[in-house]
Design a protein around this ligand. Structure first.
Ligand code: NDP
Length: 284
């Protein structure tokens, strides 16, 4: 039977660590503050924003929320970002995606100062990841590295197969595994013989956005499976990109959905905010 990698427990630990740092900063009258911008009323986005604010409250991070109407212009959002970039109190700025169709997501995410880009989407932070320099890391892949390390799963020398090459999950995930000395293969929708490659993985990262796509025929005996996908199945139950029931008896460790990768994303966002404040106050 596989070990279940418990994202709830590990993310709670990271949040406790953040809380402790924020408390110490408070004793010196130093604050940590996250600004969250949401445009429109997408239901899923509202839930994500609410959860992020809740996590801030729990840790003691101040938050400034901007709920802007759907018809807000791109220039208005850019203007707000500029003000927040200049606001000394603000350590992190987050624009909840997706944005309405009349906005250029890339232009907006790149307008956020790289020093406050706690989502790790700015080209400067992505570049730092490529070159191995300090910068903000994209929260989901950074959370996965924490899940592996804190579960004592060795990455060095392992064949890590990442399926998915998006800018927010697949690509930074592959780079982070490489940084940890994994031997990395990246697969995508044009990959031939996907199964032949995933069956060689010691660590398989499934991030394609297709419910229960990876069954037991895609995995090697004893592999570690990280499931990034989040979906609702035909019975409205949450599930991932991996068919959990089909693979769990074959693999050595696996993240469940829910309760695996999901909670780590918010925990790492909180971690990035705290890091940003520490940099501002020149604490290392
Ligand atoms: P994207 O849709 O941006 O990327 C999907 C990637 O999967 C693409 O690179 C695509 O290839 C590849 N792909 C799609 N179908 C196949 C296939 N049949 N075989 C091989 N590769 C395939 O998704 P994201 O990276 O943003 O997210 C992936 C999943 O993770 C989603 O379910 C999303 O909801 C979830 N997610 C979960 C988070 C969490 O906190 N748990 C955070 C972020 C995302 P190509 O490039 O060729 O099109």
């Amino acid at each position: 039977m596989a070990n279940i990698i418990d994202g709830k427990v590990i993310s709670a630990k990271i949040k406790e660590e953040c809380k402790e740092i924020v408390l110490k900063l408070k004793e010196e009258e130093k604050t940590v503050c996250l600004a969250v911008i949401q445009v429109g009323t997408d239901v899923a986005s509202s839930v994500y924003v609410k959860n992020k604010i809740k996590a801030c409250e729990y840790i003691g991070i101040l938050s400034k929320t901007y709920e802007l109407p759907e018809e807000t212009t791109q220039d208005e959002v850019l203007q707000l970002i500029e003000e927040l970039n200049d606001d000394q109190e603000v350590d992190g700025i987050l624009v909840q995606l997706p944005l309405p169709a009349h906005m250029d997501e890339n232009k907006i995410t790149q307008a956020i100062s790289a020093k406050k880009d706690v989502d790790g989407f700015h080209d400067e932070n992505v570049g730092a990841l490529v070159t191995g320099h300090k910068g903000f890391l994209s929260c989901t892949p950074a959370g996965i590295i924490e899940l592996l390390k804190r579960s004592q799963i060795e990455i060095e020398g392992k064949h890590c197969v990442v399926v998915g090459r998006s800018n927010i999950v697949g690509k930074p995930m592959a780079l982070l595994l490489l940084r940890e000395n994994g031997t990395v293969t990246i697969c995508h929708s044009k990959t031939k013989d996907l199964k032949e490659i995933t069956k060689q993985a010691d660590i398989l990262i499934a991030a394609i956005g297709k419910p229960k796509f990876f069954d037991e025929t895609y995995v090697k005996d004893g592999a570690v499976i990280i499931d990034v996908g989040i979906h609702r199945d035909a019975h409205n139950k949450l599930c991932g990109d991996v068919d959990f029931d089909a693979v769990q008896s074959k693999v050595s460790a696996i993240t469940p959905v829910p309760g695996g990768v999901g909670p780590m994303t918010i925990a790492m966002l909180m971690y990035n905010c705290v890091q940003s404040a520490k940099r501002k106050y020149k604490i290392d």
